[in-house]
Design a protein around this ligand. Structure first.
Ligand code: GLU
Length: 405
């Protein structure tokens, strides 16, 4: 099943709960702009795209992904989730996403830079601080954002740092941004655990995905006293029922490229998802828990840091089995919230203290969580459905206020 078909199925269900008209469902599922291009670097040609889902609330906002599996279905789905995520967090943005179908691990730095600059040469007309604002996503980082800003400003002949976020600090990036996705997820998780009366020391944690977000949340949880018993990256994972030494696992990953080089007790990604644990953190890619493995999940709680890691069919099974899912559009919004701080600073020229921004991040994440949790309890619906209802309502309100609906 295509990822966007899973989204349609979910929206179909949620729209009934919200009593949406066919026209409203149509607006939520339609796209404002889908732009494709081929990026030619030497002999090779790479497929690239930027997709704007909805811009009723404000300009498009969302990352650019470099991955061999990038395709229109995936980027459309990611752009859709960005709209909902931005709406739920109360940010002044619509949703967008971009991608290049490439395995960046096979490119050297010069090639990566050429590719990133080529992306901007093809897409600069649909980007801008008031049009659509990219940021990092899977396998893209601040260095790439820096090259992209430079290429954009060269073409436009002016400075416009707010056209992209997640930039290097020397190009008006925001210090909090590198760890923001994990920080946001950590705040939401702690709020959730307080609600259900659990302490970190009582919980065993397994983490799928050890990129920026996975690594950083592992560090935060480890420092806070959680026992992390398994972690995995794209090559596989490691397990220790007594608790992994996360500092050492990260050191190994940084030095040798994979967590599988650490220790001798290995585990596959599939085994990690299905293992005995309390909290399962999904920080890799979409569609990891589906109708095929949802009945095998033993975790009691799932925290989604990746976008779309649990399908609609799996949601139903997990809900019936009383497994709580803290949904992506709530749990992983920290990245884009701090992107918003960066963009706001760039536009106004104001510079805020880190302490102040940390507090604002905490306030925004906590208040989003509270809204979702309250509705989940009050209406006896899962947290994802509650988050979708709140997010969709705000988008449709903006559509109505514009007279488009
Ligand atoms: N790529 C991140 C996400 O999926 C961040 C987007 C942004 O900062 O614009 O939320």
């Amino acid at each position: 099943m295509k990822t966007f078909d899973i989204i349609k199925k979910r929206i179909n269900r949620v729209s009934k709960l919200m009593n949406l008209s066919d026209r409203e469902v149509d607006v939520i599922l339609s796209y404002k702009r889908i732009k494709h291009a081929k990026l030619n670097i030497g002999e090779k040609s790479y497929e690239a795209m930027r997709i704007l889902h909805n811009d009723a609330i404000g300009p498009g906002k969302g990352g650019i992904r470099y991955h061999p599996d990038v395709c229109e279905d995936e980027v459309k789905s990611l752009a859709f989730w960005m709209s909902l995520k931005n709406s739920l967090a109360g940010l002044p943005y619509g949703g967008a996403k971009g991608g290049i179908k490439v395995n960046p691990k096979k490119l050297n730095k010069k090639e990566l830079e050429k590719l990133s600059r080529a992306f901007i040469r093809e897409f600069h007309n649909v980007l801008g601080q008031d049009i659509d604002i990219p940021a990092p996503d899977v396998y893209t980082n601040s260095e790439i954002m820096g090259w992209m800003l430079d290429e954009y400003e060269k073409i436009k002949g002016k400075h416009e740092p707010g056209m992209i976020t997640g930039k290097p600090l020397s190009l008006q990036g925001c210090k909090l941004r590198a760890t923001a996705t994990a920080s946001g997820a950590f705040i939401v998780l702690k709020e959730f655990l307080t609600k259900i009366g659990k302490n970190p020391s009582e919980l065993c944690v397994s983490i799928q995905g050890f990129g920026n977000a996975g690594k950083n949340i592992a560090t935060m949880l480890y420092k806070d006293g959680f026992k992390i018993i398994a972690v995995a990256d794209s090559k596989g994972g490691v397990i220790d029922k007594d608790g992994l030494d996360i500092t050492e696992v990260i050191k190994t990953k940084d030095e040798k490229g994979s967590v599988t080089e650490y220790g001798d007790k290995k585990i596959t990604n599939k085994e990690l998802l299905e293992m005995e644990t309390d909290l399962l953190i999904l920080a890799a890619l979409e569609n990891q828990i589906t109708e095929k493995n949802a009945d095998k999940i033993k975790a009691k709680y799932i925290l989604e840091i990746a976008n779309g890691p649990v399908t609609e069919e799996a949601d139903e099974i997990l809900y019936k089995r009383n497994i709580s899912v803290i949904p992506d559009i709530l749990a992983n919004a920290g990245g884009v919230v701090v992107s918003y701080f960066e963009w706001a600073q760039n536009r106004t020229g104001n510079m805020f203290e880190d302490d102040y921004l940390e507090k604002r991040l905490k306030d925004i994440m906590t208040s989003s969580f509270q809204k979702v949790y309250d509705m989940h309890k009050k209406k006896k619906i899962d947290m994802r459905t509650a988050a979708y209802i709140i997010a969709i309502k705000r988008i449709l309100d903006a559509e109505k206020a514009r007279g488009r609906l």
